[in-house]
Ligand binder design. Structure first.
Ligand SMILES: *[C@@H]1O[C@H](CO)[C@@H](O)[C@H](O)[C@H]1NC(C)=O
Ligand SMILES: [Cu+2]
Length: 240
């Protein structure tokens, strides 16, 4: 990581160059996320408590799911059709996509809702625009700028308990993709009944092969003018 190493050798402690979701804004309320390092003590949060925010390098790593975090003690209520905004206290990598995923719990949160099985679906993504890979025209560059990301919970989606997973993929170092993902617990309310068809559902980890072009692309040498994030299509919440 050319950028990280510079910062590291200059002045920063090891943790300073990466980033994680540190809070959420939902329905006008700010919910603190996890900011410590497990097992450091922390207030109860809606977010799974992760061990560190070192990057995850392979799609099959268990840390891909929720950065190695386990269940949270709280949850936030959100109306279908309204936004969940994730906030990063720090984020420095400007090349790579943002993706937001949901997982519907079979029932209660906790040990019966860890995100196991083929139940994850993507509700939002932002890859690259403008035709130039080696640029700051990327979803993650918007997080460098704004330190937050808002996504609409599909308005027709069936209510229930869900995990929401924010994933940043940093592509600034050729042949060394870096994934950063965190999860939180949300209770979706509404009168919709839409559920994503099975071809939108994935297991995490391993929603894509490690050699997916969206993972392996070298933004410095590739002549591609478009970019497709790994992990299939976004589900908009409509049922056809
Ligand atoms: C909700 O998020 C979407 C997608 O980012 C954005 O376009 C919209 O302005 C947001 N709405 C509100 C009320 O913040
Ligand atoms: Cu980093």
């Amino acid at each position: 990581m050319r950028f990280d190493l510079l910062a590291l050798s200059a002045f920063a402690p090891l943790v300073a160059a990466h980033g994680a979701v540190t809070s959420y804004i939902i329905g006008g309320t700010t919910y603190p996320g996890y900011e410590g390092f497990s097992p450091a003590s922390s207030p109860k949060t809606i977010q799974f408590q992760w061990p560190n925010y070192d990057p995850t390098m392979t799609v099959s790593d268990a840390k891909m799911r929720c950065n190695g975090g386990t269940s949270a003690q709280l949850s936030a209520t959100v109306q279908a059709g309204s936004n969940v905004t994730a906030v990063w206290k720090q984020w420095t990598h400007e090349q790579g996509p943002v993706q937001v995923w949901l997982f519907k719990c079979p029932g209660a949160f906790g040990s019966s809702c860890k995100g196991d099985g083929k139940g994850w679906f993507k509700i939002d993504e932002m890859g690259m625009w403008g035709g130039k890979l080696n640029s700051a025209n990327w979803g993650t560059a918007l997080i460098v700028k704004n330190h937050q990301w808002s996504s609409e919970i599909p308005r027709n989606m069936a209510p229930g308990n869900y995990l929401i997973r924010h994933e940043l993929l940093a592509l600034h170092q050729a042949n060394t993709p870096q994934f950063y993902a965190e999860c939180a617990q949300i209770v979706v309310q509404g009168s919709g009944n839409a559920v994503p068809p099975s071809d939108y559902l994935y297991s995490i980890p391993t929603y894509a092969p490690q050699n997916d072009p969206g993972v392996t692309i070298d933004i410095y040498s590739s002549k591609a003018t478009t970019y497709t994030p790994p992990g299939g299509r976004v589900w908009s919440g409509f049922q056809f």
